[in-house]
Design a protein around this ligand. Structure first.
Ligand SMILES: [Zn+2]
Length: 89
């Protein structure tokens, strides 16, 4: 058993960890879709590959988000900042 099988077993057990893009490719070439990253909001595939890659996380560390949910988060954050900016003394 090599590390690919071990990673598969970890994920089957619900233990996920950040992987490099090259590692995702190796795992998914053996187990298609195994390390597919899903949005924490809507559970759709994010199409991205992990925190160390280009995944979408908030400054608070929430995520990963798909692009659609990310756009919603970003625009809400902008509204929050705009909404409070004028209320300061
Ligand atoms: Zn989403």
């Amino acid at each position: 058993m090599n590390w690919l099988d071990e990673e598969r077993q970890r994920r089957d057990a619900g233990q996920r960890r950040p992987l490099l893009q090259s590692q995702h490719e190796l795992i998914n070439s053996r187990y298609p879709g195994c390390t597919l990253e899903r949005c924490c909001e809507c559970d759709d595939p994010t199409g991205r590959a992990g925190r160390g890659d280009d995944s979408l996380y908030t400054d608070e560390g929430d995520g990963p988000y798909c692009y659609d949910c990310w756009q919603g988060i970003i625009s809400n954050a902008r509204l929050d900042r705009t909404g409070t900016a004028g209320k300061e003394d």
